[in-house]
Design a protein around this ligand. Structure first.
Ligand code: SF4
Length: 275
């Protein structure tokens, strides 16, 4: 008898499946074991492509790591760490460290030679400066005033748990106590994405910290325009969001993974698919 596929869900998986079900399959199954130098060529190629990032995603990750590393909050330390990690990623990507080990940063724009490498990193640097300035002048500064070793919730990211038969992941930027309230910070997503993240984070708060949703608050911040929103968990419809996640996970597990070829020009797997 065939073993049923495990059901998994994260917002990242969801967007990848919507982009192209085949890319979902390649990302989560096709490159398995491809880190091994002795794996077959195709598997190693899929693994290399799966590890590709792009400038916007890389900059989001740099900001996430710098916020998580800056406890208690100090603006200068945040900025220093942000630009230090940028320089580290830039020099490793340009040196081609990813050729021997795809775990090192490689960017899709660089790999597919979409633009001049120096121009790419100069543009990325300017964008990082813009984001740092925007964040430093945002309401997050006041929120971060509560952030110290005593208020911080120490945990591994992403948060992982089971919702019935589905293994789920959610990755808030930071989690901390503020008085009687538990705060989750997330980068701004679509309304659907924020509702799913909120529902899962409420479940996690209840299971791991025994904190009910009426004591949970969220802050969402967007780097595009500095949009900021703060809201209580009681505004969320938790049960419908969890039911939707379960239904999507079932869809992922039972799909035949058709191609959405209109997205090929922007896809990290295009080298593999055109072979
Ligand atoms: S290259 Fe096209 S078909 Fe292949 S995974 Fe990407 S979007 Fe799908």
């Amino acid at each position: 008898m065939e073993t049923p596929r495990r059901m998994d869900w994260s917002w990242y998986r969801d967007r990848m499946f919507s982009f192209c079900p085949r890319s979902y399959m390649l990302h989560y199954e096709g490159g398995r074991g491809g880190f091994d130098l002795y794996a077959e060529r195709e598997r190693r190629l899929v693994y290399r492509l799966k590890k590709l990032s792009d400038v916007p995603r890389w900059l989001d990750e740099l900001a996430t790591d710098a916020v998580r590393g800056c406890v208690p909050w100090r603006g200068r330390q945040f900025r220093h760490e942000l630009f230090r990690q940028f320089e580290n990623g830039r020099s490793r990507a340009l040196a081609g460290d990813w050729i021997d080990d795809p775990a090192f940063l490689n960017l899709s724009e660089l790999y597919y030679q979409e633009c001049d490498p120096e121009a790419l990193f100069a543009g990325a640097y300017e964008e990082l400066r813009r984001r740092a300035k925007l964040l430093e002048n945002s309401p997050l500064k006041n929120l971060f005033a509560d952030l110290n070793e005593l208020t911080l919730v120490k945990t591994e990211y992403p948060l992982m748990m089971d919702v019935n038969a589905v293994r789920v992941w959610t990755a808030p930027v930071q989690v901390w106590h503020s008085g009687n309230t538990l705060f989750f910070l997330n980068w701004m997503k679509s309304a659907e994405g924020m509702s799913c993240a909120g529902a899962l984070q409420c479940v996690w708060a209840m299971r791991h910290l025994k904190i009910p949703p009426d004591r949970v608050y969220f802050a969402a911040y967007g780097f595009t325009d500095g949009a900021y929103r703060e809201y209580p968990a009681k505004e969320l419809d938790i049960s419908p969001a969890l039911a939707w996640i379960e239904q999507r996970a079932l869809e992922f597990a039972t799909s035949d993974y058709p191609s959405r070829t209109e997205n090929c020009p922007h896809c990290r797997f295009r080298e593999y698919c055109r072979d």
